[in-house]
Design a protein around this ligand. Structure first.
Ligand code: MTE
Length: 321
């Protein structure tokens, strides 16, 4: 795959990739050495790096790329990976990068259960083996009125759900993040009722824009971005795009998402990007693109109205925010 094939990114914005890579090599080596120190004589189990190695090899090959951000240059890798929301690692924007090593991602398994004919818990490498990867460049708009353009690598969530054969009773899809307060410093504070949970209607989950991301910028996902597998729903506020997913359950009855449960006035179930419905504490009419000065107009459904507006036909979007 040709890397950094976005000529429109000004030189100054391009994150030193060597830095990023050497940090990753350092982290991997550090983890392996740490394990050896804890269990001398024991080799790191071979399967432990199974998904990372296999995924890196696939990302290195030529992947189809789709620009779904109207030709806008992606935000720099540095900005995408140093300005994050990942409360399991802390509430500061730099915390997810600084404490990303607390998230142990390999081995990783994903449980798919509830209203499906083929439920089970699967090693991540087995989940990924069946999926065709592609690059998709999307806008990401946070409810806090900042935004990014991210070149994700992943596959449509629908492709995964179809393999597990949802029953006719499956009306909602519930996603759950890792829960590991011993390792994840942020989960020792009750900012949310952990684990982080998100919920989509089944038609939203099956929409072709809804992506499961496993990489960005031609690399496997860095921990702060939600490694090893996260959701990306580009027409909704970023909090719906749940990180580090361990479980996907198809259910009949709607459950509240973590943020909705914490504060339903501020975080609605739908959370569709809508410049006409303000958050109680701030306007949603404009946004700050990370890495840029000034503010730009926020677009209805984050610019994806043509693709998704029909999902909400006839609904009062002031009420169903
Ligand atoms: N997922 C988990 N598990 N924990 C989080 O704190 N934050 C959400 C979302 N997914 C969050 C999460 C919020 S508020 C946003 S805006 C996006 O992740 C941010 O994604 P980014 O850090 O990759 O830009």
């Amino acid at each position: 795959m040709t890397r950094y094939r976005y000529p429109s990114i000004p030189e100054a914005q391009v994150t030193p990739r060597e830095l990023f890579e050497s940090r990753r090599r350092f982290l991997n080596t550090g983890l392996a050495l740490g394990a050896a120190a804890i269990a001398p004589g024991l080799l790191w189990p071979r399967s432990s790096y199974a998904w990372q190695g296999a995924l890196e090899a696939r990302i290195d090959s030529e992947l189809p790329s789709h620009d779904l951000a109207g030709g806008e240059a992606p935000t720099s890798l540095r900005d995408i990976t140093t300005y994050n929301n990942f409360y399991e690692l802390g509430t500061g924007k730099r915390d997810p990068e600084i404490y990303g090593h607390q998230l142990v991602t390999d081995p990783w398994s994903l449980t798919i259960d509830g209203e499906v004919d083929k439920a089970g818990t699967f090693a991540l490498e087995d989940v990924l083996r069946h999926q065709e990867l592609e690059e998709r460049i999307y806008r990401l708009r946070c409810v806090e009125a900042w935004s990014k353009v991210v070149p994700w690598i992943g596959f449509p969530l629908a492709k995964l759900l179809e393999r597990h054969e949802p029953t006719s009773r499956a009306r909602y899809v519930v996603f759950e993040s890792i829960h590991d307060p011993d390792s994840l410093r942020g989960q020792r504070r009750s900012v949310l009722d952990w684990p982080y949970r998100e919920v989509l209607r089944i038609d939203e989950a099956m929409h072709p824009l809804t992506l499961l991301a496993v990489g960005l910028y031609g690399e496997i996902l860095p921990n702060q971005s939600g490694a090893p597998i996260r959701l990306v729903v580009p027409w909704k506020y970023g909090f719906k795009s749940i990180k580090s997913i361990i479980r996907i359950s198809l259910v009949e009855e709607r459950l509240p998402s973590s943020w909705e449960e914490r504060n339903p006035e501020e975080y609605g179930f739908y959370a569709n990007v809508n410049p006409q419905v303000d958050h109680p504490r701030w306007s949603q009419a404009r946004e700050r693109r990370i890495g840029e000065s000034g503010r730009r107009e926020t677009l209805m459904f984050n610019g994806y109205a043509e693709e998704v507006a029909h999902l909400y036909a006839g609904m009062d979007l002031q009420r169903h925010y």
